[in-house]
Write a protein that binds this ligand. Structure first.
Ligand code: SF4
Length: 437
């Protein structure tokens, strides 16, 4: 099928985006192999792409299936949305988030706009090294170019809607996204570290019973630049409040990072890039509730950052109760995935263990955890719980926590006890975002 639509590279990219709204966690560029351009500037669509197009009627209108136009509200009773070519062009004219483009893509776009390639590098540096939030800030570009960029692109920057500072120095942020959604991030200062905790999704689909975010629906994945922005903003807070830059980043905020795999890895690439924040992979930890398939994928990708597993129980019955994801990702499946991951990466894993009063705080629970630690080299972080209004869980008693930790240590497991931070400022994951909604 051939549409005779004149195009430039930038238009072409928009048309692709128009036909393929970003899938959850996906990348706009992925389906490019299904669409091509011939030497006459015609767009050629391969058969897979036809599925999105119902028909072209006798008036030359393109009739698309709803999936192709998620942004369109009105869909007819037959499940189709009619659009005219004019409308089609309108969609193609939607501004592109400039930070969704890689440097080569940006360079291509600049050439298509009749601009010099080196200008793309300048813009890229403004976006990623200098964290520019508007084209106006890019003062080494001509006014004309800034205007042109403004007409074609948008910078979907994240901003701080509310920041709460705890007595213990922890700062909790409600971040506002360009579409009005809110996610959370936290700055955790200690004597040895300055840690940022960032979110990877708006809400979460995993319904862990002890977590406020688990009571929200998952609305969408964050883009890589939205995750990166949280780090940049928290780093600014670290400098402003403590005169110390971030030393560590943990992906333990709202959402399950491994269900937003591509964007999480892309954001880590930006954080570690020389023209990004130039941080070491070893300072970054991704924490998962336990998606066995994706843990194996981390192994296949031989990732260099750290992995933490939110375990919280080493017994399937108890874990099913507090983390329903365990029903489809059992401890046996997780152990197998972790072994595979370790074989591929040789990275030791951290098991996070929130200790709840009367749920998982007995020596028998510690014994089960000890057995689980035998699978691969690991260490354990026992974490004090921050209670939430939606659930009845309480933090375990101090003597139980100490006995639990001692048992593990006596059996040779490296065990840290992490005290809860920011108790006075809605510190539990999801609490502040729910309040600010
Ligand atoms: S603990 Fe993590 S994975 Fe579980 S519901 Fe909360 S945000 Fe989602």
């Amino acid at each position: 099928m051939v549409f005779r639509i004149p195009y430039s590279d930038v238009q072409f990219l928009r048309i692709v985006r128009c036909l393929f709204p970003a899938p959850v966690g996906g990348d706009y560029i992925a389906p490019l192999h299904n669409i091509n351009c011939d030497s006459y500037g015609r767009i050629i669509m391969r058969p897979m792409t036809f599925k999105l197009i119902d028909k072209i009627d006798s008036y030359g209108r393109i009739i698309m299936r709803p999936i192709a136009f998620k942004r369109v509200d009105e869909i007819d009773p037959y499940g189709c949305k009619e659009i005219t070519l004019v409308e089609f062009y309108y969609f193609c004219k939607m501004k592109t988030d400039i930070r969704s483009l890689s440097l080569p893509q940006l360079q291509e776009a600049f050439i298509a706009m009749g601009e010099q390639k080196f200008r793309a590098k300048q813009v890229y540096e403004w976006l990623w090294m200098k964290s520019a939030r508007a084209f106006e800030e890019m003062t080494n570009l001509s006014k004309d170019l800034r205007k042109k960029l403004d007409e074609q692109f948008v910078i979907n920057a994240v901003s701080v809607l509310k920041a709460q500072k705890s007595k213990d120095g922890t700062i909790k942020d409600a971040f506002q996204l360009h579409d009005g959604n809110i996610v959370e991030g936290v700055l955790i200062p200690t004597t040895e570290r300055m840690t940022a905790c960032v979110s990877s999704q708006v809400g979460c689909s995993l319904t862990c019973k002890f977590c406020a975010t688990g009571y929200m629906d998952r609305k969408r994945n964050l883009n890589a630049d939205e995750i990166y922005d949280q780090v940049v903003l928290i780093n600014q807070q670290a400098l402003q409040n403590y005169d110390i830059p971030l030393t560590n980043i943990v992906y333990m905020g709202m959402g399950e990072p491994l269900l937003n795999y591509a964007n999480v890895l892309k954001s880590i690439d930006r954080i570690t890039a020389e023209d990004g924040l130039n941080m070491s992979y070893k300072r970054i930890t991704v924490s998962t509730a336990g998606i066995a398939k994706m843990i194996k994928k981390l192994g296949d990708d031989e990732v260099k950052f750290n992995l933490a597993l939110s375990l919280h129980a080493a017994n399937d019955t108890k874990r099913n109760e507090i983390m329903p994801i365990n029903e489809s990702n059992t401890l046996e499946a997780l152990a197998e995935a972790l072994k595979y991951y370790y074989e591929k990466t040789e990275n030791e894993v951290t098991y996070e263990y929130i200790i709840f009063n009367g749920v998982n705080d007995e020596i028998q629970d510690a014994r089960e955890l000890l057995a689980f630690t035998k699978h691969i080299p690991c260490k354990v972080n026992i974490i004090e719980y921050n209670p939430i209004a939606m659930a009845d869980y309480l933090n375990a008693k101090v003597d139980k926590v100490e006995a639990f930790a001692d048992f593990l240590r006596k059996h040779g497991v490296i065990t840290n006890v992490r005290r809860s931070r920011g108790k006075d400022i809605d510190a539990a994951c999801g609490q502040l975002a729910i309040k600010e909604k």
